[in-house]
Each structure stands twice: as structure tokens, then as C-alpha cells.
Write a protein that binds this ligand. Sequence first.
Ligand SMILES: Nc1nc2c(ncn2[C@@H]2O[C@H](COP(=O)(O)OP(=O)(O)OP(=O)(O)O)[C@@H](O)[C@H]2O)c(=O)[nH]1
Ligand SMILES: [Mg+2]
Ligand SMILES: [Zn+2]
Length: 330
Amino acid sequence: MTSAVLDALGVDERRRAEYRELAASGALARVVRVDRDVVSVLCDEGLLRVATLPSDGLIVGDWVALNDKGATRLERRSELVRRAGPHHDQRQPLVANVDVVLVVRALDTPVALDRLSSFLVIAHDSGTVPVVVLTKSDLVDHVEAEVAATSAGLGGVETLAVSTVTGSGMDELRTRIAGRTIVLLGESGAGKSTLTNALCGREQLATAEVDDKGQGRHTTTHRELVVIPSGGVVIDTPGIRAVASFGDGAGIERSFADVVAVATRCRFSDCAHDDTPGCAVALALEDGELTQQRLDGYLKERSELDWLEQRMTDRQRSSEQGRGARRRGR
Ligand SMILES: Nc1nc2c(ncn2[C@@H]2O[C@H](COP(=O)(O)OP(=O)(O)OP(=O)(O)O)[C@@H](O)[C@H]2O)c(=O)[nH]1
Ligand SMILES: [Mg+2]
Ligand SMILES: [Zn+2]
């Protein structure tokens, strides 16, 4: 069976087999947008709107088998997850079945690298590949130096510069995303929707100018999946400045592999990397192998995760105590 729509959405034989096993009454489809009680899906019949319950937990990028009652979700091969905020412990899945996370940043506004590295952490948590995309390259000089500095400041992450005005870098980006599912993350005004439209070749999504302070206007309010004619699928998202990870630390270890590699040489395995004797990190800072910024970024991510781990442990303990008290009370 071949289908242009499903192929464009990135279907493969494993997915088709999974769908056949369900023997669903309706089509195989992919979720392109989620509203309160309706999901929009693309399938062979085109765009359909299907009633669902929030408890179905469908998110953009999910594959579903349609049926009389709604939609049954197929296996998620990857899931990009964040926490509601730095001091929250709710797990929020953002998008599903993503291959590459594009971290988008406008070159004409200054940005804190630790905000960008938070996106790299959740990308690595989910096993997807992060790529940084620097937009609006037509507005600045020294684009190559910016690319090099961003990549180095983020531990060597792949970094591209693009302009939707001149088209510079767009072919490289198209090649990078062909045949894959990409999600765009970054702050409001970074140019995510403009980039999606440029990749689509039409004005599919609304965009808006940044205000006179250089701030975005939160123009995009929904995550939305669109098919790119040159191949691949892009999920545009509302602007966010940073994210907090809900991972187990693996994403931090990968995003800060340079810091971790140095820290393994410290004399004590529980080294706090301050004035501890035999601290390899302190030495690396002195001789320039590591920057203070990389270390601070790493420690910030670690401390947020430590907070989460402590919170989860406390929760578990109090729920066990609650169960114990109920048992004794019986
Ligand atoms: N000069 C220039 N302007 C750009 C480029 N890309 C985007 N812009 C402008 O940047 C502004 C913001 O773009 P949007 O695409 O709406 O930004 P966004 O990231 O989707 O913002 P939110 O939806 O609020 O998260 C618009 O005025 C765009 O025209 C570019 O490559 N060059
Ligand atoms: Mg937008
Ligand atoms: Zn140390």
C-alpha cells in the first residue's frame, strides 16, 4: 500500500504493521494539532477533526489509528518532555515521534546560552538530536563567528545560520531535515513560524514583528505540525525562553559531556568543584580547557535536577507513609 500523504508524514513499514495489527475501523493518521477536545489529524482522506478527551493524552506528532470512538494512539518512539517550570514536578510531554530538535535563536538579539542549553538537555533526554539554528543572519555581520561562538559555548553542538530574507543557509537546513520530524523550540520572535513558512513555501502560519524592545509577541499559541514539500515534517511551537528537564540526568550528561569528561578526573568522585583538593575542574578553568560559563550551566542544570529528585523521593515517602497509616487504621 502506498500513500502520498502518509509517506510525506514519515510513515514506515513498522508503523503500518502496528496499525494493521490493531485492525482499526478507520485510517492511520498523524496528529497535527490538539485543541481542548478535538484533535486535527492528517490521513489519506486529508485533514480530519476527531473528538477526543484530554485524558487520551494525545500530543502533536502522535500516530493514531482512527476508529468509531475516536483515536487509538500508536507507540511513541520518542517523546519530548519538560517540566511545567523549574520548581514544578509535573511531567509535560510536548511533542511525539520527533527526530531532531531545532533550537531557534535570532542573531540580532542577545541570548543567554544557559537558556539554549536547557533545550539541548530535553532534546538529549528524549534521545533526539539537537541542532541550533541562528535566524535573521541578514541582520548581522560576522555570522560565521557567531556560529562558532554559539557552538563552542554549547559544548560543540551542530549550529547553522539561516535567513528567510536572503535564503542563506536554507538549502542546508532543508537537507538536514528531509525525511525527518523536526520540532522548533525557542523564544517568541526568534522566527520559528517564519522559518516554517519558508520551508513550506507558503504562508501557512501567522507571524508578527517583534516590538520596539526586540521582544516577540507570542504570536503562535498552538503546537502545529506541517509537511515540508522538499521532505520532512516540522512542528512549530509557541515561544518559550527556556525549559526545565524532567529527565534522569542523561540529557545533562550528554549536553555537558565536555564538563563531565573533566569532572571524572577529579580526585574525589563526589567533588563539589569549588575548593576541593585535587579538583580537575578548577585546573581546567585555570588553564582555559573549560569556561566558567560551561561549568555554571552544568551546575545549574544539576541543581534543578537534584531538586526534582528530592521532591520525587519526598512524595514517594509521604505516599508510602499515607498507605502505612491507612493500613494501621483499618
Ligand atoms: N530580517 C529578518 N527577519 C526575520 C527573519 N525570520 C523572521 N524574521 C522576523 O521576525 C519576526 C518574528 O517572527 P515569527 O516567525 O513570528 O517568530 P516566532 O518565533 O514564531 O514567534 P512566536 O510565535 O511569538 O513564538 C517577524 O517580523 C519576522 O518577519 C529573517 O531571517 N530575517
Ligand atoms: Mg510563531
Ligand atoms: Zn572537581
